[in-house]
Each structure stands twice: as structure tokens, then as C-alpha cells.
Design a binder for this molecule. Structure first.
Ligand SMILES: [Zn+2]
Length: 290
């Protein structure tokens, strides 16, 4: 009883000291691990992963695909910077990793990877690849990895080491490199909350449209994912549940953003359409028109 009370105390203190309101979404996030710390840990894990993959000849073996992926992520990152200017300082980077897994990700700090399994099995169009990378970049932009690491630390405070180890390491940590013990990688492999997934869907589709990619591709991408999944879901789907309901939401959002996409394609002024995520600016202090 005493132990439970002190655990609650620790959790309460942690929560009170570590909450932050996300500037893009307005949602309060438990952030006892900072974005900077998550980015730093991620950079170390990424460097290790890239060098191990290079040694195994499992890195960027298709120069055409690499330059394609780079040219698709570049305008997405430019849009990400417009949405959150401080990420301009991140050392954005993307590589293609040889793996049969259908997967792609973006770590805190802008370190990205696309797996050959995704390129080969999904055969994404440029717009579909932009949809998936827009979604992944949004997870980083919205500090979701720091949020997951924070959650893991809070669990650490509340659970015994054994239970925590099971919760963290029971997940499939992938087979491409031996960075399973990296905190940053664990953070990457933990599933996001439903809120976080919904946010990444919404912001991702907007990034893609503003970068000149057809937002409707987010719908066809999900449909392809389900098709390829068949009996066993691809890795990306296993961390991204409820595809059917997400396709329905995606159809609505992509329709809203078609005006943005078309304006970008035609070089016209981009209408100020955004999905409903961002907090409304307070109007009370706005000067009255004279
Ligand atoms: Zn996601």
C-alpha cells in the first residue's frame, strides 16, 4: 500500500513537471524526455544502424530509388520547417535499408529510413511514397517519439523492471541491425497512441498536399497496404491499426486538401486551408477593424 502510494507520488510529480502543450496540435503531451534528448539518442542509434547496414551491404544499393526517395522527402521537409521553424536545425537525412519488411520511419531529429520491402511489395507511386513519408515526418514533427519515451519512463517508474522489460522488448525489434538495446530504437518500435496516429495522418496529408503531392494517394496507399498484408499484416500496418476507419477519414481530409494541391500544382496562391488540428488563435486580443 505504501509502495503504491509512493509510486503514485512519483508519477504525479513526473507528470506535473513534464507536461507540454504541442504548438502544432494544441494537445497536452507528457514530456519528461525532451525532443532534444530524443533527437540526440536517435542520432546515435541512426549512426550505428547506418554503419551496420553499410557493413552488411544493406544500405542504399539502388541509386535510382535513393535519389527518388531523397527528392520526395526534400519538399516534405521544407513544408515541415514552415510548420515548425525550429526543425530547420535538425540534420534531416534519409537512407534506404535492405529488408523484406514493409516499413518506413522518421526518428526525432529527422533521421529517416525506407525499407526495400516497402518499395518492392507496395510499389508506391511518388504521391503514395510522399503520403507515407509525410505521415512519418509528422510523427517526428509532433514530438511523438519523445512522448513515447516519456511514457516508457513513466512506466518504468510505475512498473517492476521485469514487467517493463516485457512491455518494451516483447515487441519485434526488427532484424536489420543489432540496435535493439537502444532507447531511441525502442521508442521507435513502440506503438503510438491513437491520438498520435490520427495527428500524424492529418498533418502528414497536409504536408504532402503543400509539397505538391496528390493527397488522395494516402487513400490508395492504405488500400495497397491492406492488399499486401493479406493474412499477415506488413510491419507498417501492425503499428498502424484500424486501416478501414483511417481510409474513411483520409478520404474526407484529402478532399479538403485538393484545393491546396491544385493551387500548388498550378503555381497559384495556396488557400489557407488546414485540417482541424491546429489550435485556433485567440481572437479576444485581436485589434478591432476601424
Ligand atoms: Zn504512424
Amino acid at each position: 500500500m505504501k509502495a503504491a502510494a509512493s509510486t503514485l507520488m512519483i508519477l504525479a510529480t513526473t507528470l506535473a513537471s513534464g507536461c507540454a502543450t504541442n504548438k502544432i496540435t494544441g494537445r497536452t503531451q507528457a514530456m519528461i524526455v525532451s525532443d532534444e534528448s530524443a533527437a540526440q539518442q536517435s542520432a546515435e542509434a541512426y549512426t550505428q544502424l547506418i554503419s551496420e547496414s553499410a557493413q552488411k551491404r544493406a544500405l542504399d544499393d539502388d541509386t535510382y530509388q535513393l535519389s527518388r526517395v531523397q527528392s520526395i522527402t526534400k519538399p516534405l521537409v521544407q513544408q515541415a520547417i514552415k510548420m515548425r521553424p525550429d526543425v530547420q536545425n535538425w540534420k534531416w537525412e534519409v537512407h534506404i535499408l535492405k529488408s523484406s519488411e514493409v516499413n518506413a520511419w522518421c526518428m526525432a531529429g529527422g533521421k529517416m529510413a525506407v525499407y526495400t520491402g516497402l518499395l518492392q511489395k507496395i510499389q508506391p507511386t511518388d504521391d503514395e511514397l510522399a503520403a507515407i513519408m509525410g505521415h512519418e515526418i509528422s510523427h517526428a514533427l509532433l514530438s511523438h517519439q519523445a512522448e513515447k519515451l516519456s511514457r516508457a519512463q513513466m512506466q518504468r517508474a510505475g512498473l517492476t523492471a521485469g514487467v517493463l522489460a516485457g512491455a518494451l522488448f516483447g515487441v519485434n525489434l526488427g532484424s536489420i541491425a543489432s540496435v535493439a538495446d537502444s532507447v531511441a530504437t525502442v521508442g521507435l518500435q513502440l506503438p503510438n497512441s491513437r491520438d498520435a496516429e490520427s495527428e500524424a495522418d492529418t498533418v502528414g496529408i497536409e504536408l504532402a498536399a503543400r509539397a505538391g503531392f496528390n493527397p488522395e494517394a494516402s487513400v490508395t496507399l492504405w488500400e495497397k497496404m491492406i492488399k499486401v498484408g493479406g493474412g499477415g499484416a506488413p510491419e507498417w500496418l501492425s503499428t498502424h491499426p484500424n486501416p478501414e476507419s483511417r481510409i474513411a477519414a483520409m478520404k474526407v481530409k484529402s478532399k479538403q486538401l485538393m484545393l491546396v494541391y491544385e493551387a500548388v500544382k498550378q503555381g497559384k496562391p495556396v488557400p489557407d486551408i488546414q485540417t482541424t488540428l491546429r489550435p485556433q488563435q485567440p481572437t479576444a486580443t485581436a485589434p478591432r477593424p476601424r
